[in-house]
Design a protein around this ligand. Structure first.
Ligand code: ARG
Length: 618
């Protein structure tokens, strides 16, 4: 059991003076453009309209604000990681270096889900959008020629979307043959997209009518389910479930974190551009959602291409054309933003031997992880062909929400650690650090209660305080989850203020317990690493709030999404426990890793080096 735990918490050594074959050329501007480009897409052009129409009405603006808060808190945690680790990577790499292998595996596995399904959903959205403009010509053609009759028709689309399939496959082809994501291209497309958003807001301002935020029920045609009218036609519940959908619109900024190796000054640029791009995107979403719902009644928003529809309805056909250009630019950058990091994460995990080795093969000629790119591209293309966009968006959101949650938890663990693996000038490998850890003397002064409240006001974490904090973090995570699940059971009653006592008692009880645990955690000593350029303020509150907001949105996703997600995690654990845990490079020294990578460059099927520390799971 102990060996298992040691495997879970082993950390990846950081290669000192690691050279990179990639060109260091990106500055804060390019990175911010990349962040905005991969985030601002379907959200503006499709989601605002559909959420206003079906879930939240004009209060879609509030839904966006709620989703923004949860994403911004996650963004802060990403920014700290980016500032801390001077190395290319995603949340997966960061957590492997700072927290431990098991956490890293789960984050990485969820990121793969996010990117594959994210790419599929954007491709699908792209094709729906084009269809909306072309009066459903693509859809009708495929429906007539290749009609599908699959069970669960709300999951699957009723025709195979070969347009989305070809688009995804084409793009992954382009990406695998070494066409580096051109930042120039991205910059131009993002600028076009942003200009169009700006244009919509300005032009739209001339056609706003505040009555649209206060429509009464009898103005809504009887054959339309428009709720009770007003600003919250579907109640607060609608606004919140809308927020869970809007969350999708904020996903993508994490692409910034995967470019670390090409950035001139990552420790400075990464945090700045994450925060800048999230701010810009939030303003854009809030502005467009306000304008769009003020221009046209929420109950008559179009489903496939709502933004141009509204401009057409108010008598601005020219604006419709401008929006189409912006949408195609925006959806393209969003699609590339999802497809580009996808093979890189698979490659990184396979390189660390947490996933199968063949996925880390670099193609000699094109110098890209060809197999990983093609395989993930093919999977994304298949998903885009058969699944409905709604199902894809939910599935992507659950993976991303869990990844964000775990990144926030990782930041907490990092801050309360007594042996951080973040001394980047020290060439001692993690293996050695772990050895010394084990021989540490455990001088636990004072009784448990005293330590729990840190009576001595110690400001230096030691082994005891760091273990204690880990336990407190785990307990608070479990409490937040249970609280959110309980909340959702009674949600209708809570919003209508008719909550019975058997609902009040557990909710208050869990809440008080949570406050107690957070209080104890806040008392524990934290590490002080003043050298990093960005640190999340208000530890432990901001990461805990992020955990709360993310799990809250997670429990609002539908049951089927949860079942499919559990299936995905099950496959992941199967791979980890049968392969990753025994093959991972987590316990190798730097020299061994070098030998290993030399070997795998020559011959991927060669024999793998086994080190003395190879663990036996007992
Ligand atoms: N990395 C991803 N999962 N990308 C998909 C992002 C979707 C993007 N937020 C949009 O609204 O278009």
């Amino acid at each position: 059991m102990f060996a298992l735990w040691r495997a879970f918490v082993r950390r990846k050594p950081i290669e000192k003076n690691e050279s990179t074959r990639l060109k260091k050329c990106l500055g804060t501007t390019e990175l911010t453009a990349l962040g905005i480009g991969s985030t601002l897409g379907i959200g503006i052009y499709v989601i605002i309209g559909t959420v206003a129409y079906r879930q939240a009405g004009p209060s879609v603006v509030i839904s966006f604000i709620i989703a923004a808060i949860s994403s911004i808190f996650a963004g802060l945690c990403y920014a700290e990681f980016g500032a801390l680790v001077p190395k290319a990577g995603s949340a997966y790499v960061y957590s492997y270096i700072c927290v431990g292998e098991f956490m890293a595996f789960i984050i990485g596995w969820n990121l793969i889900l996010e990117y594959i399904i994210g790419a599929a959903s954007v491709a699908r959205g792209y094709s729906n959008y084009l269809d909306g403009i072309l009066d459903n010509k693509i859809k009708n053609f495929f429906k007539d020629t290749l009609h599908l009759k699959l069970p669960h028709t709300n999951w699957f689309s009723d025709y195979p979307d070969l347009f989305a399939f070809s688009l995804t496959l084409l793009l992954s082809g382009v990406l695998s043959f070494g066409v580096k994501e051109s930042t120039q291209f991205n910059l131009i497309f993002t600028a076009v997209n942003f200009f169009v958003v700006f244009y919509c807001v300005i032009v739209g301002l001339f056609k706003i009518d505040f009555h649209n935020w206060n429509i009464s029920k009898n103005e809504i045609p009887t054959d339309i389910d428009g709720g009770k009218g007003g600003f919250f036609p579907f109640g607060i519940k609608g606004t919140i479930s809308g927020a869970a959908t809007c969350f999708y619109s904020f996903v993508g900024f994490d692409a910034i974190a995967t470019t670390g190796e090409e950035v001139l000054d990552p420790q400075r640029s990464l945090p700045i551009s994450i925060i800048l791009s999230l701010t810009a995107v939030t303003i854009a979403y809030c502005a467009v959602s306000a304008i769009q719902t003020l221009m046209w009644p929420y109950w008559d928003q179009n489903n496939d291409a709502p933004l141009p529809y509204v401009f057409k309805q108010v008598g601005y056909p020219f604006a419709q054309k401008v929006i189409t250009v912006g949408a195609l630019a925006g959806l393209s950058t969003s699609l590339i933003g999802a497809m580009f990091p996808m093979p890189r994460i698979i490659y990184a995990m396979a390189n660390d031997r947490l996933l199968f080795r063949f996925l880390s093969r670099i193609n000699e000629r094109f110098k890209t992880p060809l197999i990983a790119t093609m395989l993930s591209g093919f999977l994304a293309a298949l998903m885009a062909t058969f699944f409905n966009i709604g199902e894809l968006a939910e599935m992507m959101s659950i993976g991303t929400l869990l990844a964000y949650t775990l990144v926030a938890i990782s930041i907490l663990i990092l801050r309360y650690q007594n042996q951080p693996n973040t001394d980047f000038d020290n060439d001692q490998s993690t293996a050695q650090i772990m050895m010394t850890n084990d021989n540490d003397e455990n001088i636990y002064q004072g009784s448990f209660i005293k330590r729990l409240f840190n009576w001595k006001n110690s400001d230096q974490p030691d082994q005891f305080s760091s273990h204690l904090s880990m336990i407190l973090i785990a307990i608070s995570f479990v409490l937040v989850f249970i609280w959110n699940f309980t909340f959702i059971i009674f949600e209708d009653k809570i919003w209508s203020l008719t909550l019975p006592y058997y609902g009040i008692i557990p909710l208050i009880g869990i809440f008080l317990l949570f406050i107690f645990v957070v209080f104890c955690l806040a008392r524990q000593p934290k590490t002080r690493n003043e050298s990093t350029s960005f640190r999340v303020p208000l530890i432990p509150y901001i990461p805990l709030f992020s955990v709360f907001a993310n799990t809250y949105l997670m429990v609002h996703l539908n049951q089927m999404t949860w079942f499919r997600f559990i299936g995905w995690m099950f496959i992941g654990f199967l791979i980890y426990f049968s392969y990753g845990i025994v093959k991972s490079v987590g316990y190798l020294t730097q020299e061994e890793i070098n030998r290993l990578s030399l070997k795998s460059d020559d011959d991927c099927d060669g024999e793998q080096i086994h080190n003395d520390n190879d663990i036996i799971v007992n």
